[in-house]
Design a protein around this ligand. Structure first.
Ligand code: PGA
Length: 274
């Protein structure tokens, strides 16, 4: 980071931002994994392991078809659930798609929007992602907006430019206030499912940049916005990441499929509250 950038991060509004307590959130993105039996067992283990814990918010993201089962198991527990995607239409001729109101019917609190696998494998562009963010909020579901750069973009010094573009298209479409009930997840594409985690310092640098982007427009939003880190978070690296001031928890893929490993990650986030 250049000295000029350092000053930027210490911008007056950002100074206020730094000292706010935000409730950590640990989210498990189960992706396209598991049978009814596996998912049931995983949800039961998490329910047991997290029965008496409320300082860290915990959310799980099963595939669409497993949501009813997860709802049945987790209702009444402190764990909330969400979907990995949604479509922008409310109902009608959209074969294969699922709307926000259908997810709300199944008690979803959150929905992931703009995950890099959606951007890359399914070619979701900035316009569609902005529309999905809006559709989620219209259905009273909190979007977790995922942003992140590829390895090539990082190596070409474009990380901030890319993140800014990904965030600004949503801010322009929905307004800054919309982020009062949303979450942002910084997930460098090169760290997802690769075992290569961003170092706590690398992640903190981008998280501080993201918070600054929001704080510039609204100190309140910058203050309260939870920014999760995602990309090969595991039990043994979570603590170092969560110790950073602008990392408010994690979006966990692979390691969320193992109850013991995921519970250990939640425990690491608990230390943030002590
Ligand atoms: P990973 O996935 O933890 O397996 O890297 C993170 C994500 O895609 O959200």
């Amino acid at each position: 980071m250049s000295p000029k950038d350092q000053i930027r991060y210490n911008h007056a509004s950002y100074t206020k931002v730094k000292f706010t307590m935000r409730k950590p959130l640990v989210a498990g993105n189960w992706k396209m994994n598991g049978s009814l039996k596996d998912v049931g067992a995983l949800a039961e283990s998490l329910k047991k392991g997290l029965a008496h814990q409320s300082q860290v918010e915990v959310a799980v993201f099963p595939s669409f078809i497993h949501i009813p089962q997860v709802e049945q198991i987790l209702t009444g527990s402190p764990i909330v659930w969400g979907a990995q995607d949604l479509y922008i239409g409310q109902s009608g001729a959209f074969t294969g798609e699922v709307s926000g109101s259908m997810l709300a019917d199944l008690g979803c609190t959150y929905v992931l929007v703009g995950h890099s696998e959606r951007r890359q494998v399914f070619h979701e562009d900035l316009g569609l992602i902005s529309a999905k963010f809006k559709a989620a909020q219209n259905a009273n579901i909190r979007p977790i907006l995922c942003v992140g750069e590829t390895l090539e973009e990082r190596e070409n010094g474009k990380t901030e430019e890319i993140i800014k573009e990904q965030l600004n298209s949503v801010i322009e479409a929905s307004g800054i206030e919309a982020f009062k009930s949303a979450v942002v997840a910084y997930e460098p594409v090169w760290a997802i499912g690769t075992g290569k985690t961003a170092s706590p310092e690398q992640a903190q640098e981008v998280h501080a940049f993201i918070r600054w982007l929001f704080a510039k427009q609204s100190v309140d939003v910058g203050n309260s916005l939870r920014i999760l880190y995602g990309g090969s978070v595991k039990a043994d690296n979570a603590q170092g990441l969560f110790a950073k001031p602008d990392i408010d928890g994690g979006l966990v893929g692979g390691a969320s499929l193992d109850a013991a490993g995921f519970l250990a990650i939640v425990k690491a986030a608990l230390q943030k509250t002590e």
